[in-house]
Design a protein around this ligand. Structure first.
Ligand code: ATP
Ligand code: MG
Length: 630
């Protein structure tokens, strides 16, 4: 039997042979002549000379063999719709959409910005772009006009595909006025806007000569046949923007061939999903997880993918598990934040359903704390796999790889470097850390297939942002702290700009959060460092309790605050003890579920919280302010 260490070593020692082999998982129109061209570091070109197409690999090749098998299931608990598309039907819809785009003047290399809710047409639009070689940039639906305008200006799209409204918690969230405002603000205005009218916002504004109606155009293209545009492997496929947790989002340029191979390989070796099986990733197409594991990954692997519009709690907290039972889901992907939401609900909702088809649950996007990990694994009775990656990398950097070998799971760690990633923990002088020594998570170049090829339109920014941590060696920086134990398990300790310096001791916010969360009354917590005259910085905690009764009176609050501090003393020592523990019912997060630590810290220090357009729930800020005022 092969071990994951052996596979990893092969991939690093002989990338040509390793990736050459993985490339067979993808159909090539023209074979590549060189596996890797690394003549201009840090720019890596994979599968040079090869021609392929993401849409062909995701749709056509399966439709040819298994036309009637399920490809995509669209479920909305917001509008009570449910629709199943076979591979043949998916291909037809994609060709219709592609014909519409061609008709609107979109061609190879043109950008198409997709600003849409989680509806099937969004998937058609992404795949249609891929089919004709247009470069899509999906912007999370419901982003305010300012965030949208920045991305419009950066991507300079010829066409924007949008919809009248999204839905959230049973209410329509109109998009069109936000889009109009954004286009107004933007310097690079699109020639056309293709509107998918869901009938949710009856009176939305239509701009003559610019806005066109999807249903009308679709009716004119019912029999459309649009041939695939073959792309050279390094030609760009799409541009996702990073979540913007640490500031202005970056446009990540993804290639075509490398990405297809990396995803196909990850489906087999990490996610254990194959032809005829079903995957349910609960993310949104606006995030990288949505690109890789709602759309391209499962479809390239010939799986059926589930696109879900709705929350995990409506109509009740059993909805995800109902979907798992109904569609016999084999692979599930979600985020720790969702697991924590479910943890506050009655687990009976989970046990009502037959989950026996489910092999694994993968969680990524932020630290997975031990109590949550332990809880959900105990309830589901299956491996729950923490995996670590970034928009930039497009697929996991650290993970278990059960498709190769199932290693014992440990809590609090996304485990091992994935093959292809020569991932190391670095000291600040560029040398490599020993086991159990904290440092910066970096990747020795070349970056493996699938990772960003550059920053959109700005090669210099790519090099200066990601590769200038040390003079020597030239290493890709993740901007995350990490540690590796003697057994090779890696822990992520927070972002490099999330360090709290208490009297010269550098503490990761993550470590303190873990300690606070070890207290059984705490559901969730954010720790930030606030300026302190004596110690330089002092940790401050904002915690959500599982049971509001525990903090119903000032006395109870005080008592719990003391207990939490004691817990931190026990686990990390008094040096890490938060100066205050404030109790709130919701924490400020980005719409992708990441804590907005910068803003929390700014508020805690009495400063302006900065750009908040990506915030999920503005009420969270009000709570923070009143907690601080108390
Ligand atoms: P920006 O780069 O614009 O500030 P962002 O980093 O939040 O935004 P993403 O690419 O969506 O944008 O998030 C990647 C980051 O999320 C990682 O660098 C890491 O900090 C965090 N992360 C992802 N998965 C995990 C995980 N399993 N454990 C701990 N942290 C994780
Ligand atoms: Mg980032």
């Amino acid at each position: 039997m092969t071990t994951i260490q052996e596979v990893h070593k092969q991939s690093i020692d002989n990338p040509d042979a390793f990736w050459g082999e993985q490339a067979r998982l993808v159909d090539w129109h023209k074979p590549f002549t060189q596996t890797l061209d690394f003549s201009r570091p840090p720019f890596a070109k994979w599968f040079v000379g090869g021609e392929t197409n993401l849409c062909y690999n995701a749709v056509d090749r399966h439709a040819a063999k298994r036309p009637n098998d399920r490809a995509l299931v669209y479920i909305s608990t917001e509008t009570d719709e449910e629709k199943v598309y076979s591979f043949a039907e998916l291909q037809r819809e994609v060709e219709r959409m592609a014909a519409i785009m061609l008709g609107l003047g979109v061609g190879k290399g043109d950008r198409v910005l997709i600003y849409m809710p989680m509806i099937a047409e969004a998937a058609f639009a992404m795949l249609a772009c891929a089919r004709i070689g247009a470069i899509h940039s999906v912007v999370f639906g419901g982003f305010a006009s300012g965030s949208l305008a920045t991305r419009i200006d950066d991507a300079a799209p010829k066409l924007i595909v949008s919809s009248d409204a999204g839905m959230r918690g049973g209410k329509a969230v109109p998009y069109k006025h936000l889009l109009d405002e954004a286009i107004n603000l933007a310097a690079n205005k699109p020639a056309k806007v293709l509107m998918i009218d869901r009938g949710l916002d009856k009176g939305f504004n239509k701009v003559d000569g610019r806005d066109v109606d999807y249903a009308t155009l679709r009716a004119q293209h019912m029999d459309a046949q649009v041939p695939v545009t073959w792309l050279e492997s390094s030609e760009p496929s799409y541009i996702p923007y990073t979540s913007g947790t640490t500031g202005k989002p970056k446009g990540v340029q993804r290639d075509t061939g490398g990405y297809a191979v990396a995803l196909a390989s990850s489906m087999k070796n990490i996610f254990c999903g194959g032809e005829g099986e079903t995957m349910f990733a609960t993310s949104d197409i606006g995030w990288v997880v949505g690109h890789s594991y709602i759309i391209y990954g499962p479809l390239i692997a010939g799986m059926c993918t589930i696109m879900y519009e709705g929350t995990p709690l409506r109509p009740d907290a059993g909805i995800w598990w109902h979907i798992v039972e109904k569609y016999k889901v084999n692979v599930m992907f979600s985020a720790p934040t969702a697991a924590r939401v479910l943890k506050k609900q009655d687990p009976a909702y989970m046990h009502k359903y037959d989950l026996s088809t489910l092999k694994h649950l993968f969680l990524a996007g932020e630290p997975l704390d031990q109590p949550t990990h332990e809880w959900i694994m105990g309830e589901l009775k299956l491996p729950v796999i923490d995996n670590y990656w970034q928009t930039e990398t497009g697929w996991p950097m650290l993970s278990q790889m059960p498709g190769i070998e199932q290693k014992p799971l440990k809590f609090g760690t996304p485990s091992f470097p994935v093959y292809g990633y020569n991932l190391k923990i670095f000291r600040e002088d560029g040398s490599i850390c020993d086991a159990n020594e904290k440092g910066i998570v970096g990747i020795m170049p070349p970056l493996p297939p699938g990772c960003l090829s550059t920053v959109w339109g700005d090669d210099a920014r790519f090099v200066s942002t990601y590769f200038s941590l040390f003079k020597e060696p030239q290493v890709y920086s993740s901007f995350d702290w990490g540690i590796r134990d003697e057994e090779g398990y890696h822990y992520i300790l927070g972002r490099t700009d999330d360090v709290i310096n208490v009297a010269g001791h550098r503490l990761g916010t993550r470590e303190i959060e873990e300690a606070v969360q070890a207290h059984p009354a705490i559901a969730e917590v954010a720790v930030v460092g606030v300026a302190d005259q004596v110690k330089g910085q002092m940790p401050m905690a904002f915690a959500v309790v599982k049971d509001a009764a525990k903090v119903a009176t000032p006395e109870l609050k005080q008592a719990l605050e003391k207990e939490v501090m004691k817990k931190v003393d026990e686990i990390l020592g008094a040096i890490a003890r938060p100066g205050r523990v404030h109790f709130v019912t919701v924490l400020p997060k980005t719409r992708s579920g990441k804590l907005l630590r910068r803003s929390i810290q700014a508020l805690a220090e009495g400063r302006d919280p900065g750009d908040l357009t990506t915030i999920e729930d503005p009420a969270a800020l009000e709570q923070l302010k009143s907690a601080l005022g108390a």
